[in-house]
Structures are given as C-alpha cells and as structure tokens.
Design a protein around this ligand. Structure first.
Ligand SMILES: [Mg+2]
Length: 201
C-alpha cells in the first residue's frame, strides 16, 4: 500500500521547537518582540515581529533548527515497520526556498539522522493532492486541515483515507467530514488496520 506523510507537525515536532528557538534568538539579540498568541498555524505568527524579520531569521537559523527537530512518539517505529513490511512510504513536505535556505539537503539529512526509512521524498511547493493522485496513495496523513480536505477529495475508492494528525493548532478546529482525526501514531495504526487485513498481523 502507498502511504503519503507530511513532515512538519505530522512526523516531527516543529511548532513547539520553533517557538523555543524564536525566544532563544530574541534573547540573544536583545529583541523585544512580544508573544501575541499562544496557538497559531505557524510559530512565527505567535510574535509581533514583521514578516520580513521572521523570514530573515528563518533563513539564517532554520536549517540548524530543523536538524534538531524530534520525532513524534512512535513515528519512526510505525513508519519503519510499514516500510519493512513492503509498503511504499512517501514524504511530501512544503518546505521551500522562500523560507528555508537549504530545504532539500537539510530534510534529506534529517531523515537520515533519525533513521526514517522512506521510498520517495517530495520537497517544495507541491500540491499534495496531485502527489497522492500520481502516486496512487491509499493513505494520506497531515496536520493541515485544508490540505487533508483537498486530498480526501481525490482519494476516491474503497479503503483509501486521509487522516488529520492532531496538533496544538488544529485540535480546536473542525475536522472535515471525510477526514479522520488521529491523536498520534498508535491511533493511526489502529485506524489503518481497520482498512486492511494486511496490517492486522
Ligand atoms: Mg505539517
């Protein structure tokens, strides 16, 4: 079967770690930007700094930070087991050169560092619904509500499903009707095993 996974805040802990790093660099630079929100779609929006400044910061420190991201509980074990059992594991991340200095090299290095087994990686401004169509995905997992909704519309056919991975941001948002919300990788596997006998073993 074909699995397409998002990376940030689906497999790795991006938002919380980014917030920590933003605060760290505010301190180092004696910047006085204030935190104006606790939960936003992206960490930089939690602070009252100009977008250009946030972008410049990310360009400078984002690569270093991304290499330090930790994985969500059971992510590696779950995905590597699927891979070892012959399933196709595709990563589709929207990391791009607008915000990142070196998204491709850093992402591939991080995957190697954490030991995640993957069949294919899409990095950049790719439409994930097109990736899922082209790759004939069976399952799609992402923390973004609008993306999971779009993908769910192309995952036609019995036994195919888009999942919304719980995050601080999306947990207060409504999950689209044909998308299933999961709290983590353990629940994801329980849900997926309902679709296929192959995964019940
Ligand atoms: Mg994400």
């Amino acid at each position: 079967m074909v699995f397409v996974f998002d990376l940030d805040d689906t497999i790795c802990e991006t938002d919380a770690y980014s917030e920590y790093y933003i605060n760290k660099f505010f301190k180092e630079n004696n910047w006085n930007y204030q935190q104006i929100a606790k939960v936003t779609r992206f960490a930089e929006a939690k602070f009252n700094w100009p977008n250009e400044m946030a972008k410049a910061w990310y360009k400078k420190y984002g690569d270093e930070m991304m290499l330090e991201f930790s994985c969500k509980k059971d992510a590696i074990k779950t995905i590597n087991t699927l891979y070892d059992n012959g399933h196709k594991i595709i990563i589709a991340t929207a990391r791009n050169y607008d915000w990142h200095s070196n998204p491709e090299e850093i992402t591939l290095q991080w995957l190697k560092n954490v030991g995640l087994k993957v069949s294919k990686v899409y990095i950049g401004r790719v439409d994930k619904e097109i990736v899922c169509e082209n790759e004939k995905a069976d399952f799609f997992i992402d923390d973004d509500i609008s993306i999971t909704k779009k993908v769910s519309e192309v995952l036609n056919g019995k036994g195919k499903q888009a999942f919304l991975m719980n995050s601080d941001f999306n947990q207060t948002q409504e999950c689209p009707s044909n998308v299933k919300r999961v709290s983590g990788f353990k629940q994801l596997m329980t849900e997926i095993s309902k679709y296929t006998d192959e995964l019940k073993k």
